[in-house]
Design a protein around this ligand. Structure first.
Ligand SMILES: [Zn+2]
Ligand SMILES: [Zn+2]
Length: 280
């Protein structure tokens, strides 16, 4: 698989000179098969989704967009995804079932419709299909996907485990493990859904908005500490950690320091940088 990190920031875009190296766009990861085909699976549609258009080199997007949840930083790029908003695009967008009978298009349209935005989801050009999703296993874009419910804050959130039959990428953002208790380290519980999504994964891309020392003051916002992520990877046997969904105030220098914190970790740790491609 080829995994393109198109937006790695959490909560709100972070433009500015101090954020150039790691990037300021919000959550978006594009996944392609490893035989050089363009991405057919997009995880989240934050502002980073604008970069996916460039990966498609003038071609329309044909594939699936999986949203983890509906917070702004995971959906706001959607109407600016040029490769998806054209007459020849074929897009299936799946988001967590809201458990109240609201359709996918309706719930997306709450934030994306006048007066909040000029158009609704149904006015995107091309053939778009919107549907909801429950935890479970399914196939899309030629990948096997497993979805599990993940504790976050303010809305149902899913984590995904994506496999092409040879390699596995786990994508777990946004995640608040302290919602289930302090766990053995005080950074949150190593609960079954997180451990099973990450189990033996070649790459674990995970919410690392916080540092361990920030957990007491900031865990209520619904995120995980980088230290938790690395410990989770060790427990679950994941082979490579990608720290993702960086706090919008965390500068390039701050993220360099974050990388330093884990140089001796038994599991290799990468601090996600926008524009990076991982061969998995
Ligand atoms: Zn987020
Ligand atoms: Zn969120």
């Amino acid at each position: 698989m080829r995994v393109h990190l198109c937006g790695v920031r959490g909560s709100i875009p972070a433009p500015g000179a101090e954020f150039v190296r790691y990037g300021g766009n919000t959550s978006c990861v594009a996944v392609a098969h490893d035989y050089g085909a363009p991405p057919t699976l997009i995880l989240d549609a934050g502002t980073g989704i604008r970069r996916v258009t460039a990966l498609l080199a003038g071609q329309p997007f044909t594939g699936t967009i999986l949203l983890t949840h509906l917070h702004w930083d995971h959906v706001q790029g959607l109407p600016f995804f040029r490769a998806g908003d054209r007459d020849d695009a074929v897009v299936r967008l799946l988001l967590p079932d809201q458990q109240d009978g609201t359709s996918a298009e309706e719930v997306l349209g709450r934030a994306m419709s006048p007066p909040h935005f000029p158009i609704g989801p149904g006015q995107l050009r091309g053939r778009w299909e919107f549907d909801t999703l429950d935890p479970g296993q399914f196939e899309c874009g030629g990948f096997k996907v497993e979805a599990r419910e993940i504790p976050h804050k303010g809305g149902r959130t899913l984590g995904y485990r994506v496999s092409d039959g040879r390699s596995v990428v786990a994508y777990v953002t946004d995640h608040c493990p302290t919602a289930l208790g302090p766990g053995p380290d005080g950074w949150g519980e190593y609960h079954a859904a997180a451990v099973e999504l990450a189990a033996g994964a070649d790459v674990l891309i995970h919410d690392a908005q916080l540092l361990a020392e920030e957990v007491p003051a900031q865990a209520a916002f619904g995120h995980a500490a980088a230290d938790y992520v690395v410990a989770l990877a060790e427990r679950a046997g994941a082979r490579h950690v990608v720290l993702f969904h960086h706090q919008p105030d965390r500068t390039d220098d701050g993220l360099d320091q974050l990388a330093q914190r884990f140089v001796t970790s038994p599991v290799p740790v990468t601090v996600a940088a926008e524009g990076t491609m991982l061969e998995v």
